[in-house]
Design a protein around this ligand. Structure first.
Ligand SMILES: *[C@@H]1O[C@H](CO)[C@@H](O)[C@H](O)[C@H]1NC(C)=O
Ligand SMILES: *[C@@H]1O[C@H](CO)[C@@H](O)[C@H](O)[C@H]1NC(C)=O
Ligand SMILES: *[C@@H]1O[C@H](CO)[C@@H](O)[C@H](O)[C@H]1NC(C)=O
Length: 287
C-alpha cells in the first residue's frame, strides 16, 4: 500500500532530479570560461542567497557523468527564473518531447506533493489561470538542446516564465531560431565543433499569474562564443517586451554591450553577462 501511494505521488508530481547548491561550481561548464555573470545583489557567486537559488539542472541522474544539462538561477519570491545558462553545440535530431512539467523538490523540502502549497516555486496549476493570456515560456528552449535527454530536462518549471502566448510562438520563437542559426554559423571552437554559451533571462514585471507567479516585463538572451576560424570572440544579444505580438514585429539584434546597458537601466546596475571577455567580444554585426 505504501509503495502504491509512493508510486501514485511520483506519477502525479513529476520531480526534477536537479540539485540546489550553494555555488554553481559543479556545473560551471555552462558559463563561458566557467565565469558566472556579475549581477550585483542577485547572484553571490560564492555563497548561498536566501531568495535567489542556484540550480544545477539535470533530468536523470543515472546517466553518465554528473548528468547536468544546464544551470538556472531561480527567484523564489517572484517564482520565476532569473536566467538559465547553457551550452549550444548543435541542433539535435529529435521531436519536441511530450512530458509533464517538473517541479524542484529541493526548493520546498517540507512539501510532500501538494499537501501544502509550494511556497518557493511555481506549479503547473499556477499556469492554469488564463486571465493574462500567457503560457509556459522556456528560457533554455528545447529546440536548442543537443539531444532528447537534454531537451527533456528543459521541461521543469524552474526554467519557465509566464510568456504571452502569441509572443512565445511568434517573435521570441523567431529569435530562438535566429540565434540558433547564428551560433551554428559563427561559433566554432578549436576543434572546429559548434560551441556557444547562452544566457537567457527575464526581468520581473508588475503582474502576477494566479497571484503568485511574476509575469516578466521583458525577456532577454545573449550568446558568446569563440570563432576559431576568425580567431576572435563574438556575441549577439536580444531583448523584447513580453507582450502581445504585433504583425511580424521585428526584434532587432543588439550587441552584448547594448544589452548590458539595457539591463543596467531597467533592472540591476553594473550587470556583466560574460565578464572575462566582454571587452574583447565583437558583435556579429561588426564581423
Ligand atoms: C535514466 O537513465 C537510465 C540509464 O540511461 C535509463 O535506463 C532510464 O530509463 C532513464 N530514466 C528516465 C526517466 O529517462
Ligand atoms: C523556427 O524553426 C522551426 C524549425 O526548426 C519552425 O518549425 C518554426 O516555424 C520557426 N519559427 C518561426 C517563428 O519562424
Ligand atoms: C497577451 O496576448 C493575449 C493574446 O495572445 C492578449 O489578449 C493579451 O492582452 C496579451 N497580454 C499582454 C500583457 O499584452
Amino acid at each position: 500500500m505504501r509503495l502504491f501511494i509512493a508510486v501514485l505521488l511520483a506519477l502525479s508530481c513529476p520531480f526534477s532530479r536537479s540539485e540546489v547548491l550553494q555555488t554553481f561550481n559543479t556545473c560551471s561548464e555552462f558559463f563561458s570560461e566557467r565565469q558566472v555573470p556579475v549581477i550585483p545583489g542577485i547572484l553571490n557567486p560564492n555563497s548561498e542567497h536566501a531568495r535567489y537559488k542556484k540550480i544545477c539542472q539535470r533530468y536523470n541522474f543515472t546517466s553518465v557523468g554528473s548528468g547536468y544539462t544546464y544551470a538556472t538561477l531561480y527567484d523564489t519570491e517572484s517564482r520565476i527564473p532569473v536566467f538559465s545558462a547553457y551550452r549550444y553545440t548543435a541542433r539535435g535530431d529529435f521531436i519536441r518531447p511530450r512530458i509533464p512539467w517538473m517541479i524542484e523538490p529541493q526548493l520546498d523540502p517540507r512539501v510532500v506533493c501538494m499537501t501544502v502549497p509550494y511556497r518557493n516555486q511555481a506549479t503547473e496549476e499556477d499556469y492554469f489561470e488564463n486571465r493574462y493570456g500567457v503560457n509556459c515560456g522556456h528560457l533554455f528552449p528545447n529546440c536548442h538542446a543537443a539531444d532528447e535527454f537534454t531537451a527533456k530536462s528543459t521541461f521543469t518549471l524552474t526554467n519557465i516564465v509566464p510568456q504571452n502566448i502569441s509572443f512565445n510562438a511568434g517573435s521570441w520563437n523567431r529569435i530562438e531560431n535566429e540565434t540558433r542559426d547564428s551560433m551554428s554559423t559563427h561559433c566554432y571552437d578549436n576543434n572546429n565543433k559548434v560551441l556557444a554559451h547562452v544566457l537567457t533571462g527575464a526581468i520581473p514585471g508588475k503582474n502576477k499569474l494566479n497571484n503568485r507567479v511574476n509575469i516578466p516585463s521583458y525577456m532577454w538572451t545573449a550568446f558568446c562564443c569563440y570563432n576559431s576560424r576568425k580567431r576572435l570572440w563574438v556575441s549577439q544579444a536580444y531583448w523584447a517586451l513580453n507582450k502581445q505580438e504585433k504583425d511580424n514585429e521585428a526584434i532587432s539584434k543588439k550587441s552584448l554591450q547594448e544589452l548590458q546597458q539595457f539591463l543596467s537601466q531597467n533592472w540591476v546596475k553594473n550587470v556583466k553577462l560574460f565578464s572575462s571577455n566582454t571587452v574583447l567580444v565583437k558583435s556579429l554585426e561588426t564581423l
